[in-house]
Ligand binder design. Structure first.
Ligand code: ZN
Length: 279
């Protein structure tokens, strides 16, 4: 018999089944509305094989021989620009100067591509991840300060960060509230957290249902957020200033119609990804 876990956000066990994929059941909590994987696989079995890296360090560029890397390069460029704008708007508080004591932590940094774009833009960065394979790649190719530390390790060290990013990480975590409380603990007073997750309420997910790998990925994804449940999760974790952000990732090669619809979907929290900042 398979045991179903209780809702990680509210502890309730009543759920409405939403998706069934092989043995995996994704249900919506009847109490708080969070959608989560009810019967996750053993954590230990899955992590190291997150990354089979089939490219070289210098393949990460605008005109890469790998189309997906050019796309990630452009997405990361837009993320860095977004961060700069955020910080510049906050310049009265003296927040933004790509100086040495401004610290950015990327949780789930993987092969370090986002951090590489950050260092190119003058930021002082550090990252953590669960995959040694990915971390070694980030160190060897981009000379990044990354490690396999956990949030508990960082809490123990007592170091705090100005800006923390979690790009497509929160949906992998078994108990998002528990981990986000730790994130709050390593964020400086007035510091900012940026979270991006796949959007369960996206037009993409509504149209393609369980075929959408971005959202339905039961082996790795534990929680499936909507704008509402993401905010609720952050709020339960002690974050107070939670704001939805528009980050539609406009890509030239996708054509005008695609980009215009993405902008529109994004505005109504129906784009493929959700972005929020919290402090
Ligand atoms: Zn719940």
């Amino acid at each position: 018999m398979i045991t179903m876990r209780v809702c990680p956000n509210c502890g309730n066990k009543g759920y409405k089944e939403r998706i069934r994929e092989k043995d995996f059941i994704i249900g919506e909590c009847e109490e708080c509305g969070l959608t989560y994987l009810l019967n996750p696989p053993d954590e230990k079995e899955i992590y190291e094989d997150y990354y089979t890296i089939e490219f070289k360090g210098d393949d990460y560029n605008k005109d890469s021989r790998f189309a997906h890397l050019s796309e990630i390069y452009e997405i990361n460029r837009q993320r860095v620009a977004f961060i700069k704008t955020l910080l510049e708007n906050n310049a009265s508080a003296g927040a933004y100067k790509p100086r040495n004591d401004f610290t950015l932590l990327d949780i789930g940094c993987g092969t370090g591509l986002f951090l590489k774009s950050c260092t190119d833009a003058g930021f002082s960065v550090t990252g953590i991840d669960v995959s040694m394979n990915a971390l070694n790649f980030a160190r060897d190719n981009y000379n990044l300060d990354v490690s396999k530390k956990t949030l508990d390790d960082l809490l123990k060290e007592g170091k705090k960060y100005d800006l923390i990013t979690m790009w497509h990480v929160l949906e992998h975590i078994m108990n998002p509230v528990e981990e986000l409380k730790k994130v709050k603990g390593i964020l400086k007073e007035g510091g900012l957290l940026i979270v991006e997750v796949p959007n369960l309420n996206s037009i993409k997910f509504r149209l393609s249902g369980k075929k959408w790998k971005g959202g339905n990925h039961p082996l790795y994804h534990r929680t499936f957020f909507t704008a509402a449940t993401l905010k609720e999760t952050l709020s339960k974790s002690g974050f107070t200033k939670i704001e939805t952000r528009n980050l539609p990732y406009i890509l030239d090669n996708k054509g005008l119609l695609y980009n215009q619809s993405k902008k529109l979907f994004n505005k109504f929290s129906a784009d493929a990804f959700l972005d929020v900042t919290a402090s």
